[in-house]
Ligand binder design. Structure first.
Ligand SMILES: [Cu+2]
Length: 379
């Protein structure tokens, strides 16, 4: 009996030692939650500390009395157990003390919760939609909306095609910007499955649920960049849909909005151009790798039984209208989402051209941006 327990103790010790380098390697010994940068995140932190201290004190007192009693009144010392029942005084004490402790906890908890849920009088509304596996940001009333995907750099690093950088898996192609000193309301929802938009530094974590809009808000006083992640297991690439939130001065924010609007106009212009097959194919490959390959795979073989292959696909080599319909409208009830809003006409034309000519799908078809615009107008 003794030898077994000794061996398992040794094993436990060995496991603990084995994990030690991993901890050291992680380089961060931070055990507590972050204080964050907003008044809400700091209230949350203070609340957490108050409750933690209360719990620790209770733990020390209760276990202290218990261990002391067990030691001081042990049998080998000839202790005789006291035998008392129904002590009214004792019962009142052990009802009143926890009651007082609970009330003492409820006050700071309620005032913090009230602050968290006070989404009134926001200066700016951002609608955040979770998709498998990216975020869409719409600046309501500003005519600006875009998707934010895991950066190409991080995507390369996943498969060790490049050395991992400090912002590995915490880097996106399009960060979401907010102005400093302004109250920003987040309206959080999802288009497919449940996600959760979580940025610890501003203490915002809201479930993104299809058909449901959850609210939250923040007010960041100083410029800065804050990262977060999806916090609700949402499928294969759940770990690959980070959030990068940048708080910038109002002037910089306004310039950025204007730039986004100008870019949208430029894309509308580009949709009128004719592109060469090479241009479309190269652009299409880029779009395919960043937007489609997570499911259909780099080599176009898909994942049998889950994501169909593009190589030799009857859709990608057959009738163009059906192919465009799958890409632009998606396939209802499957992971194949509608890309009409996510890709501009140039990107849609490029990726369609790519799929119809790559992986041995040598149809020779060339799809121009204008074909996409016409297709969308006709349906
Ligand atoms: Cu997610």
């Amino acid at each position: 009996m003794l030898s077994i327990s000794r061996r398992s103790l040794g094993l436990l010790f060995a496991v603990a030692v084995a994990f030690l380098p991993a901890l050291v390697y992680a380089g961060e010994w931070q055990l507590n939650m972050t204080e964050g940068v907003t008044s809400v995140s700091q209230s949350v932190f203070r609340l957490h500390m108050v409750i933690l201290i209360i719990c620790v004190v209770i733990g020390i007192v209760v276990f202290g009395v218990m261990f002391y009693s067990m030691y001081a009144h042990r049998k080998s010392r000839g202790a005789k157990a006291a035998n008392f029942h129904e002590s009214t005084t004792l019962e009142i004490i052990w009802t009143v003390i926890p009651f007082v402790i609970l009330i003492a906890m409820a006050f700071p908890a309620t005032s913090t919760l009230k602050k968290i849920y006070d989404t009134d009088n926001a200066d700016l509304d951002i609608l955040i939609t979770g998709y498998q596996w990216k975020w869409k940001y719409e600046y309501l009333g500003e005519d600006v909306s875009f998707f934010s995907n895991l950066s190409e750099k991080s995507r390369q690093q996943i498969y060790s095609k490049a050395p991992k950088s400090a912002d590995y898996l915490l880097d996106v192609d399009e960060p979401v910007l907010i102005p400093v000193g302004k109250k920003v309301r987040f309206l959080v929802t999802a288009a497919d499955v449940i996600h959760s938009w979580w940025v610890p530094d501003i203490a915002v974590k809201r479930d993104a649920i299809p058909g449901y809009v959850n609210e939250s808000w923040t007010l960041v006083e100083e410029p800065g960049t804050f990262v977060g992640q999806c916090a609700e297991l949402c499928g294969k690439d759940h770990g690959f849909m980070p959030i990068v939130l940048k708080a910038v001065p109002q002037a910089e924010f306004d310039a950025w909005l204007a730039e986004k609007r100008a870019a949208a106009t430029a894309i509308a212009e580009a949709a009128k151009q004719q592109l060469s097959f090479e241009e479309l194919y190269a652009k299409g490959e880029e779009v395919y790798i960043s937007r489609c390959a997570a499911c259909h795979q780099d080599n176009g073989q898909g994942i049998p039984g889950v994501f169909p292959a593009i190589a030799g696909s009857a859709v990608a080599t057959g009738d163009l209208a059906s192919h465009l319909s799958v890409i632009l409208n998606g396939v209802n009830g499957t992971a194949m989402q509608a890309f009409a809003e996510q890709l501009n006409p140039v990107e849609s034309a490029a990726v369609t051209t790519f799929q119809r000519n790559a992986f041995g799908n040598n149809t020779g078809d060339i799809i121009q941006p204008i074909d996409i615009v016409n297709f969308q107008q006709d349906q």
